[in-house]
Design a protein around this ligand. Structure first.
Ligand SMILES: [Zn+2]
Length: 308
């Protein structure tokens, strides 16, 4: 599993080793992804060869969560006492690695008093102590804390990356729940996207772009769609748009990408990305699919005309 993560472009592109500091914040809207990447990074920091993939003693201890220099904090609510326990460990020397790693997953759960306590430790950097925090809600962290952290934005996992991860997971029969010891739902999203519905969803999105020219087309186009996989519809949608913007024909049918590009200026496509993100959020909160899609198409067409 971790070997696979290390091989994904998403991890390599983070360029973490270029700017080693003593505290990090991994953030994006995908909690599971933030957490796996943060854990993998921690594993490489403690690993004998800094690869995280060599099965060294340190890596084995990491996987078993018995590494003496590793502390993982993950709770629904993190209070001063929890932070104090970490602070007590800061002054001791590492036991088997050359540094100690403290991971706080979903750091938005640290209450304000505890954040202030943590801030003091972040203000006194020590190369033997590395902090790694993750969050989906940077606005829940104090500005003073944020300013102390090396912020690492995690881009979305593309459907292709998910496919790679999913096939690897199947091979290794890995229970992710156990791996991270948390309420992990990446497996679920992978299963959904691995489904044969995935290709159908992609075909439907291309069809939609071929059929739509003006806002008057929206009702008939939307009615003609038969989307089985509504939750992943917007993720695919966004991924296709990204491929159009980047002229990347690897994943999708070249003709279809070119059709979209001939109809929509790149600027309009770029502006539609946050609109799709917004639609995805609405879908997650169970707003009616056809209503969201109607709105989204209307707004995308509006961008198209504004860009002319
Ligand atoms: Zn290792």
């Amino acid at each position: 599993m971790f070997e696979t993560i290390a091989s994904t472009s998403i991890y390599r592109n983070l360029n973490l080793n270029k700017n080693l500091t003593h505290s990090y914040l991994f953030y994006s809207s995908d909690q599971e992804l933030n957490n796996i990447l943060a854990l993998f990074f921690a594993k490489t920091l403690l690993c004998d060869t800094n690869s995280g993939t060599d099965q060294c003693n340190s890596c084995k201890q990491f996987d078993a969560r018995t590494h003496p220099d590793l502390t993982i904090l993950k709770q629904d609510s993190i209070k001063v006492d929890d932070i104090s326990k970490i602070i007590n460990k800061l002054s001791t020397l590492p036991i088997s690695a050359d540094k100690k790693v403290f991971i706080i997953l979903n750091a938005e759960t640290i209450n304000e008093i505890a954040q202030n306590k943590l801030l003091k430790s972040l203000e006194e950097p020590n190369s033997k102590n590395i902090f790694i925090l993750t969050t989906t809600k940077t606005d829940k962290l104090l500005k003073t804390i944020l300013s102390r952290l090396n912020k690492i934005y995690i881009p979305h996992l593309s459907p292709n990356d998910k496919k790679i991860l999913a096939s690897e997971l199947k091979k290794q029969d890995i229970n992710i729940e156990k791996l991270i010891d948390s309420d992990f739902s990446l497996t679920e999203s992978i299963n959904i996207i691995m489904d044969s519905n995935y290709q159908k969803t992609i075909d439907e999105i291309f069809k939609l772009f071929k059929d739509i020219n003006t806002t008057a087309d929206i009702p008939s186009v939307v009615n003609s769609l038969s989307i089985n996989d509504k939750n992943n519809f917007y993720i695919c949608f966004q991924d296709i748009i990204l491929s159009c913007i980047k002229d990347d024909y690897k994943k999708y049918d070249r003709n279809s990408i070119e059709i979209i590009n001939s109809k929509f200026p790149k600027k309009a496509l770029l502006k539609s990305l946050p609109l799709i993100e917004d639609a995805y959020k609405k879908q997650m909160s169970n707003v009616n699919f056809y209503y969201i899609l109607d709105n989204l198409l209307f707004n995308i067409l509006k961008e198209k005309f504004l860009c002319k």
